[in-house]
Design a protein around this ligand. Structure first.
Ligand code: HEC
Length: 105
């Protein structure tokens, strides 16, 4: 099974970054990233899928607004991307994902 491994990974990442707990949205974002299977396609710290670019350092490469677009409307950034749109998520959850991605520097 792939999903539990991904969840474990997100959790491990969270535990490895005690500072990230300061902002309450980040843990939720990390949990979401695990649950939504982002790492089926993307990798983080060498673990995960190879279908898409690694998420390492994404918080340094993209502004929060760009991260939001990447999640809600992936085709706007990469017209041929196979990434599904996560626009169906409640705004709070999209914001939590962005917060989490921002910590990846
Ligand atoms: C089905 C595979 C797939 C899944 C699942 C997926 N992505 Fe993507 N994602 C892609 C592809 C392909 C791209 C296009 C560019 C690339 O390779 O990074 C992309 C692009 C991105 C980008 C923009 C990168 C850039 O430089 O423009 C971000 C941020 C991102 N994904 C985050 C996520 C997050 C967070 C999740 C989970 C909520 C997720 N992705 C789930 C395949 C996926």
């Amino acid at each position: 099974m792939r999903i539990p491994a991904i969840l474990g990974l997100a959790l491990a990442f969270l535990l490895a970054c005690p500072g990230s707990r300061a902002q309450t949205q980040e843990p939720q974002g990390a949990e979401l990233a695990g649950r939504l299977g982002c790492l089926a396609c993307h990798s983080l710290k060498g673990q995960g899928g190879k279908l898409a670019a690694p998420l390492d350092g994404i918080g340094a490469r993209l502004a929060p607004r760009e991260l939001g677009v990447a999640i809600a409307d992936p085709r706007q950034r990469h017209p041929r991307a196979k990434m599904p749109s996560y626009a169906y998520l409640p705004p709070m959850e999209q914001a939590a994902l962005v917060k989490f991605l921002q910590t990846l520097k």
